[in-house]
Design a protein around this ligand. Structure first.
Ligand code: FEO
Ligand code: CA
Ligand code: CA
Length: 742
């Protein structure tokens, strides 16, 4: 099935491309050349030794094999071949078990999931489209534990749902209603399968993992759950709604994608493609007097007349449906009689205390409002600020960093009131956007009214600093941040502290742009090529890359960094000099990196894909990697012939090519899925992974005929009733009891 390479099916309608700002492209700074080598000299090498030393793994390719424990070798498994099979494939010597799937009951009284479209009560069941997740250990007595290996909570995102023409068709008996208005019962179900789960996992005496159906810790947050607005935008005029005239509350968390775990043991969840769920009627620009809110709405992908993904606003007169209609319908000056400001309540990193369901979730507005993926902390240093790295996943959007005003106090790691610690570190700080230079350096540019480029920005007059956080994309435009190839997850290397960002793909790169949305390649987003899928030419950067950066002076608070491209996604058979720049082999080749998590136990970098470009050859996958560090490769100049006979030369920096010992495919998922989210027990012996939207390529018209479902997983693996495909959490263990990935 052909589809746009940067729009996996679940997001065909919601991954917008609204960055039409005039930020300078890299082409204009290509002549700025400095000696990159001199910038990177120093420190390299000691980091690699520390990595392997601290994890006790054999230093595959790292030059110190003799130091490692002989019984355990990093990536000691046999690579899993690419596959189109409707199963989860892992290496020989490993086992997979399915733990927790869409609809599984979360209370003792909730009936088993029938999986035929008649189930209800999703507020007490697992949500759909499992995504990012984090582990929160529990002692035998049910208190928080950082060492427990047989019992814990998983805080997990339920990003979205498999849909076609408005309806989440696997959730409704006959596929549901694909025209407006949508029936209230269908809307209620769809609203409830979004959000977050907290679910208890436990290993029994025989060593078998399962989820605990009747755990008192189990919890669901949905797209309707009341959430506190926290940080600088709390109480701001931009957050005033009929539901919360003082701008301190909102309802729901939505399209939750990547996650993060704070150093004080709470869950961070990123709201990604939330804009698609709101409806704004034609004529609303004029109803708003074409004021600056129209500029903001457009920049966040909500032009007037844009339909909503599911038509939830048509569920009825009740306020819980009407809140999805964000047109100005009231007469108040401040928006307290309608939902014209409702979309300003979405797009944040949300903090949740997985251990305490009595605590309301809090939207951390200081971290900015955009299409959030993961939120990755710098390795905490006592007495220094904390950095939180973040990406904005849409074509041509930015990379961000938040730096806390408060300095890290290690005593806070074990505080009893975790949400209060969150208030301390996440409600006040500085937000920066990244600029990548052609010489391999970069700057963090603060998004502050103190910068005249922001306070004097003609396109959008910012009212105050809260406005800057709520409209972070516009502030990024104002300072000329670098437009990236869809920043997905980021993760911080546990010993080097270097920051890795997946840039999943971008169909809007062209050597000779033909419209305003297309950008020429630049140093940090250097590839433009054509990849063939069946008979379709996929253009731009169809396979994506993984960029990494090393902070300069100041560590987490640094204003400058150096960077390179750790890996370029590619087919192994693609041209080595222009596309397969990382020399990937058949055991390593991948496309569209998305999830990215470093194991705290083994240090292995797990890379997960959400791909539509290479899916004619293989289902989505997960690879295990042992990366080096920024600067371990070489400069490379890519030369592109342009119309008119000129040449565009783009300098980039390619990390050291992976070897069979440093990058290897570990898992391939069932048909139509993406692999996303990963957490593990502290001993590294149980690895939890999410299989999202298997069978997503199924046509709605096939409902009722399982033979036409493109996937029947996990029913075909013996899990649960029925054959409608279900997103699910799996656990992977090594048969010899060792750490996963060794
Ligand atoms: Fe939800 Fe950008 O992936
Ligand atoms: Ca191809
Ligand atoms: Ca993602």
């Amino acid at each position: 099935m052909n589809k746009p390479v940067d729009l996996p099916l679940s997001r065909v309608s919601d991954e917008e491309n609204s960055n039409t700002s005039n930020n300078p492209s890299f082409a204009s700074v290509l002549d700025a050349r400095l000696s990159r080598r001199s910038l990177l000299r120093g420190g390299v090498g000691t980091a690699a030794t520390a990595l392997f030393g601290s994890f006790g793994l054999a230093a595959c390719g790292g030059g110190s094999d003799g130091d490692a424990a002989p019984a355990e070798k990093a990536l000691g498994f046999t690579a899993v071949p690419k596959s189109l099979a409707d199963v989860v494939s892992v290496p020989a010597g490993y086992s997979v078990s399915i733990l927790y799937a869409l609809g599984d009951p979360l209370t003792a009284n909730t009936p088993a999931y029938k999986n035929d479209g008649t189930d209800t009560d999703f507020e007490n069941r697992a949500g759909d489209h499992h995504d990012g997740m984090e582990w929160f250990g529990l002692s035998a007595t049910g208190t928080p534990s950082n060492t427990a290996t047989d019992r814990g909570l998983i805080g997990m995102n339920h990003e979205a749902t498999t849909d076609e023409r408005l309806s989440s068709f696997f959730l409704h008996a006959n596929g549901g209603t694909s025209t407006l208005p949508r029936p209230a019962a269908e809307v209620d179900k769809e609203v409830a399968i979004h959000g977050v789960s907290v679910v208890e996992m436990k290993k029994d005496a025989a060593g078998k993992w399962g989820y605990v159906k009747d755990s008192a810790f189990n919890r669901r947050l949905t797209a309707l759950t009341e959430v506190e607005v926290a940080g600088p935008a709390r109480g701001d005029a931009l957050l005033v709604t009929k539901y919360s005239p003082n701008g301190t509350l909102t309802r729901g968390t939505l399209n939750n994608c990547g996650t993060g775990k704070t150093p004080w043991n709470t869950l961070l969840t990123g709201e990604e493609n939330w804009n698609g769920y709101f409806f704004r009627a034609t004529g609303d620009d004029a109803a708003r007097g074409n004021d600056k809110s129209v500029t903001s709405l457009r920049r966040y992908g909500k032009t007037e007349g844009s339909a909503s993904r599911h038509g939830w606003e048509t569920g009825g007169a009740d306020d819980k449906y009407q809140r999805w209609n964000i047109a100005r319908t009231g007469t108040s000056a401040d928006g307290s009689d309608d939902y014209r400001n409702e979309m300003n309540g979405m797009g944040y990193v949300v903090e949740i205390d997985a251990y305490d369901k009595s605590k309301k979730a809090r939207k951390r507005t200081a971290l900015g409002r955009f299409a959030h993926e993961s939120a990755a902390f710098s390795n905490p240093v006592a007495g220094q600020p904390l950095a939180v790295y973040q990406g904005d996943d849409a074509r041509n959007e930015y990379i961000y960093k938040f730096v806390s005003s408060a300095n890290w106090d290690p005593a806070d790691a074990n505080a009893a009131d975790r949400m209060a610690v969150g208030d301390k570190y996440l409600n006040a700080g500085r937000l920066y956007a990244a600029k990548f230079n052609a010489d391999g350096t970069g700057q963090w540019v603060e998004l502050t009214l103190a910068n005249a480029a922001i306070s004097g920005y003609a396109t959008y007059p910012f009212a105050n600093q809260a406005d800057v956080f709520v409209n972070a994309r516009i502030a990024g435009d104002a300072v000329g941040a670098t437009k990236m190839d869809r920043p997905e997850w980021c993760a911080v290397h546990p010993t080097t502290g270097e920051v890795y960002f997946t840039l999943t793909n971008n169909s809007n790169r062209r050597v000779d742009p033909s419209n305003a949305a297309q950008l020429v390649p630049d140093s940090a987003n250097p590839r433009v090529y054509t990849d063939v899928k069946g008979t379709t030419n996929q253009q731009g950067n169809p396979n994506g890359h993984i960029l990494r950066l090393k902070e300069g002076t100041g560590g987490a608070a640094a204003l400058g960094f150096t960077w390179d491209v750790y890996l370029f996604g590619a087919e192994s058979g693609a041209p080595a000099g222009t596309v397969n720049l990382s020399s990937l082999t058949a055991d390593q080749d991948f496309s569209s990196p998305d999830g990215l998590v470093f194991s705290p136990s083994t240090g292995i970098c797990w890379i997960q894909t959400d791909d539509g470009a290479y899916t004619d050859v293989t289902n989505c996958m997960m690879l295990a990697a042992v990366p080096g560090q920024v600067g371990d490769g070489a400069k490379k100049t890519l030369s592109y012939p342009r119309a008119g006979g000129t040449t565009l030369n783009v300098d980039t920096y390619v990390g050291k090519a992976a070897t069979a010992d440093t990058l290897k495919r570990f898992l391939v998922g069932p048909v139509g899925c993406e692999i996303t989210g990963l957490c593990e027990t502290p001993d590294g012996k149980a690895l939890f992974v999410n299989i999202q939207h298997p069978g997503e390529t199924t046509a709605m018209a096939s409902i009722g005929d399982p033979t036409k479902y493109t996937s029947q997983w996990p029913g075909n693996a013996g899990y649960g009733a029925g054959r409608r495909p279900r997103s699910a959490t799996i656990v992977i263990t090594k048969n010899d009891g060792g750490r996963v990935g060794t």
